[in-house]
Design a protein around this ligand. Structure first.
Ligand code: ATP
Length: 296
C-alpha cells in the first residue's frame, strides 16, 4: 500500500534521511516515532511527493505519487499543524474537499458529527481553537473513505476524551482494511494502535518491529505481577536463575528476566499456590524509547 525504498534526503549538503526504507501493508497501522528533528515529517512529505528526495523510490497503491497524482484520490492526509483557509467555515472546508475528492456531500455532515464539530460547523476556521482545527483536519482526511491514511501528529492539541475517540476511529478504519501511517509523540497511542513501529533517529532507522519487540530489545523482558503476599512472591521468583531483578512498584511486582520464560514462571507461581491477580509483560514504551536513543 505504501512503500518507500532507500530514501536519501539532504538539506544544504546535510543528510537528514539516510537510506530509509519503509512499508505499510493493507490494513496495517504503522507508526513512525523519534525525537524532534529526526526526519519523520521529511519522510512523510517525500512519501506524499511534496518534496523530492536525492535518492530512492516511493509507491502508494502500486503507483509512483511523483508521476501519478490519481493516487491522492484514495489517500487522506492530516498534516502536522494543519493550515486550513481561515475565512472559510469548517463545513465549507469539508464541502470544498468533498468536491475535489469526488466524495458525497452527505459525508460532510456525517464526519462533522463523528468529530464532534456539528455545533461549530458554521464558524470560521480563524475563530476555531487548535483542537477544533485538528478535528476538521481529521474529518477532511477521512472524506471519500480513503484506502490509505497518512497522519502527521494527528493528536496535537486535542483533548483526552476526543483523543480516545480518535484512537477508536483509527482502530475501526484499520479493521476495515485502511492502511495507516502515523507519526506521533503520543507513545500511548503508538502502543495501543500500532501493528509495527519504525523508530528514526538522526535520519536513520534504529528499530523496526512491533511494540513488544521494541520493549524486549531495549528493556529486556519485564513482567508485572499483581497478587496477594507480594513479599513472598518476590522471594520465590528471586530463586530462579533466569530472574535478574525483582522490585516492588506500588502494589505491583516488577520482575526482569534474562530470557523469555514467562510461561514457566507463571506455571511455577500457580503450582506453588500463590494467588495471582494479574501477570503481564510490562510494555513500557517510554522507557524503551529513551534507552533506544541512549544506545545509539
Ligand atoms: P518533529 O518531531 O519536531 O516534527 P521531525 O522528525 O518531523 O521532527 P523533520 O521536520 O523531518 O523532523 O526535520 C528533519 C531535519 O531536517 C531537521 O534537522 C530539520 O531542521 C531539517 N529540515 C526540515 N525541513 C527543512 C528545510 N526546508 N530546510 C532545511 N532543513 C530542513
Amino acid at each position: 500500500m505504501i512503500e518507500a525504498k532507500e530514501i536519501v534526503k539532504r538539506y544544504s549538503g546535510r543528510e537528514v534521511l539516510s537510506n530509509i526504507s519503509l512499508n505499510v501493508e493493507k490494513g496495517e497501522f504503522v507508526s513512525l516515532i523519534g525525537p524532534n528533528g529526526a526526519g519523520k515529517t521529511t519522510l512523510i512529505r517525500i512519501i506524499l511527493a511534496l518534496i523530492k528526495p536525492e535518492k530512492g523510490k516511493v509507491e502508494i497503491l502500486g503507483k509512483d505519487p511523483f508521476n501519478d497524482k490519481s493516487v491522492f484520490r484514495h489517500l487522506g492526509y492530516v498534516q502536522e499543524l494543519p493550515n486550513l483557509p481561515p475565512f472559510l467555515t469548517g463545513r465549507e472546508v469539508l464541502l470544498l474537499s468533498a468536491k475535489i475528492k469526488g466524495a458525497k456531500k452527505d459525508e460532510v455532515d456525517e464526519l462533522l458529527e463523528l468529530v464532534g464539530m456539528r455545533e461549530f460547523a458554521n464558524r470560521q476556521i480563524a475563530k476555531y481553537s487548535k483542537g477544533m482545527i485538528q478535528r476538521i483536519a481529521i474529518a477532511e482526511a477521512l472524506l471519500g473513505n480513503p484506502e490509505v491514511l497518512v497522519l502527521d501528529e494527528p493528536n496535537i492539541g486535542i483533548d483526552p476524551l476526543f483523543s480516545l475517540k480518535v484512537r477508536e476511529m483509527f482502530d475501526k478504519l484499520k479493521r476495515n482494511g485502511t492502511s495507516i501511517l502515523m507519526t506521533s509523540h503520543e507513545l500511548e497511542d503508538v502502543k495501543k494502535l500500532s501493528d509495527r513501529v519504525y523508530m528514526i533517529y538522526k535520519g536513520k532507522i534504529v528499530f523496526e518491529g512491533d511494540v513488544e519487540e521494541m520493549v524486549k530489545k531495549f528493556l529486556g523482558i519485564q513482567v508485572v505481577i499483581e497478587g496477594e503476599e507480594l513479599e513472598k512472591i518476590s522471594n520465590f521468583v528471586s530463586s530462579f536463575n533466569y530472574v535478574k531483578k525483582v522490585f516492588k512498584e506500588g502494589n505491583k511486582l516488577i520482575v526482569s528476566m534474562t530470557e523469555d520464560r514467562r510461561e514457566e514462571l507463571l506455571r511455577n507461581l500457580v503450582e506453588a499456590g500463590f494467588r495471582i491477580r494479574a501477570f503481564y509483560m510490562d510494555l513500557n514504551l517510554e522507557e524503551a524509547y529513551s534507552r533506544a536513543i541512549s544506545s545509539v
